[in-house]
Design a protein around this ligand. Structure first.
Ligand code: DAH
Length: 346
C-alpha cells in the first residue's frame, strides 16, 4: 500500500470513530477531552498523522493535507453542535426538576362509600353461597312490573313514580326485575345478589334522590320455606348491623311476594360512652316469592318456592355510619368520598 493511501485510511478511521464518540458524549467535560485528543496541536490524533506526512511523495502531500483539513473542519463543527445540544438539554432539565422540592404523595383512588356498603353486604351473602348478578338499567314494563305480578294500573307504575323513556322502555324503578332475568337465565338452585342503580321521579333532598342504589336478593329451589327466609335474613342482619341486634319481621305487602314482610332491626350502639338500644329501624323489604311470579317465567310453583329481599345501601350507610345527607354520595367531595367507612385497611 502506498504511504498516501495508508495515511488517507488512517484519517478516515479517525473521522468515523470521532463522530461516534462525539455523539456519545454526555457532558461538556467529555467534549473538551475529546477535542484535545482529536485536534490537540501536539498530541491530537490528526497532528500525529500529519507528522508522518514526510513519507508521502511531495507531489501527493497536498491531497493528504487537504483531507486532514476537511476532517478537522467536520469534527470542529460536530464538537460545536454537540456542545450546544448538551447545554440546552441541561438548561431544560434544571428548569424542569427542582431537586429541592419534597416528593409528591402518590394519588390513590378509593372505593365510593356506597360501594363499600355494597361490598360489606356482598361479603356476607357470598359466605352463604350467593352469586352476584346484574341486569339492565333500561328495562321494559314487563320486567319492571308485569312479570313481578304488578299490573300496570298499580300506583307504582304511575307516571308519577317511574321515569319512562321517550319511545319505549323505562328506567328500572327497582332491582326486582333482575329476579325475573335471573329465573329466565339460570335454573335452581338459585341464590343471587343483584346490586345496582334504580331511578324514580323523586325529590332531591337529604333522604331522597332520583337515582339511588338497591341490592336485590333471590333464593329459589325445591323445598325453600319461611324458615329459610327468616333464618337467612336474621343471620345477615346480625352480621351487618352488629351481633346484639334484634330482628323483627313485620307483615307488609309487595305485589311480587306472598306473604310479604318488612324487616326491622333494633341495634345496640354506643352513645355518650353508654351501650343503648336504638328504636326499631326498617331496613329491608322481603317475602316469599309469589307463585304468580314463578309461573310468569315458567316455573312450577308446586315444585319450586323461594324468597326475595330488597334493601337500599345508601340508607343503610346513613344509619350505620351516621352520614347526615344522601346527597353527599353524589356531590363528589373527595374528602368525604375517600373515607374508609369500615375502619379497616382494604
Ligand atoms: N322492590 C321493592 C322496592 O323497590 C323492594 C323489595 C321488597 C324487593 C320486597 C324485594 C322484596 O325483593 O321481596 O321498594
Amino acid at each position: 500500500m502506498s504511504p498516501k493511501i495508508d495515511l488517507l485510511n488512517s484519517l478516515s478511521e479517525i473521522e468515523q470513530s470521532a463522530l461516534i464518540r462525539i455523539s456519545e458524549a454526555v457532558s461538556p467535560e467529555d467534549l473538551e477531552a475529546l477535542k484535545i485528543s482529536l485536534l490537540g496541536r501536539k498530541e491530537g490524533q490528526l497532528s500525529q498523522i500529519l507528522k508522518r506526512i514526510g513519507v508521502v511523495k511531495s507531489s501527493e502531500r497536498k491531497i493528504v493535507g487537504a483531507e486532514a483539513n476537511r476532517i478537522k473542519k467536520v469534527l470542529t463543527v460536530a464538537l460545536g453542535t454537540a456542545q450546544t445540544n448538551l447545554e440546552t438539554a441541561n438548561k431544560d432539565m434544571s428548569s424542569f426538576f427542582d431537586v429541592t422540592l419534597p416528593g409528591r404523595e402518590q394519588w390513590k383512588g378509593s372505593e365510593h362509600p356506597i360501594n363499600q356498603v355494597i361490598d360489606e353486604v356482598w361479603q356476607i351473602f357470598r359466605s352463604m353461597g350467593f352469586t352476584r348478578v346484574r341486569g339492565p338499567e333500561i328495562d321494559s314494563e314487563w320486567y319492571n312490573f308485569e312479570a313481578l305480578n304488578t299490573p300496570l294500573d298499580h300506583p307504582a307504575a304511575d307516571q308519577q313514580d317511574t321515569l319512562y323513556l321517550k319511545n319505549s322502555g323505562l328506567l328500572r324503578s327497582h332491582t326486582s326485575p333482575v329476579q325475573i332475568r335471573t329465573l329466565e337465565k339460570y335454573s335452581p338452585p338459585i341464590r343471587v345478589l343483584a346490586p345496582g342503580m334504580v331511578y324514580r321521579r323523586d325529590t332531591y333532598d337529604a333522604t331522597h334522590t332520583p337515582a339511588f342504589h338497591q341490592i336485590e336478593g333471590l333464593v329459589v329451589d325445591e323445598g325453600i320455606t319461611f324458615v329459610d327466609f327468616k333464618a337467612t335474613l336474621s343471620e345477615f342482619s346480625k352480621r351487618f348491623w352488629g351481633s346484639g341486634t334484634k330482628v323483627r319481621f313485620r307483615p307488609s305487602f309487595f305485589p311480587f311476594t306472598e306473604p310479604s314482610a318488612e324487616v326491622d332491626v333494633k341495634r345496640i350502639v354506643i352513645r355518650d360512652g353508654q351501650k343503648v338500644e336504638t328504636d326499631w329501624i326498617e331496613v329491608m323489604g322481603a317475602g316469599m316469592v309469589d307463585p304468580n311470579v314463578l309461573e310468569n317465567v315458567g316455573y312450577d310453583p308446586e315444585r319450586y318456592t323461594g324468597f326475595a329481599f330488597g334493601m337500599g345501601p345508601g340508607r343503610m350507610a346513613l344509619l350505620k355510619y351516621g352520614i347526615p345527607d344522601l346527597r353527599m354520595f353524589f356531590q363528589n367531595d373527595v374528602r368525604f368520598l375517600s373515607q374508609l367507612l369500615h375502619g379497616q385497611i382494604r
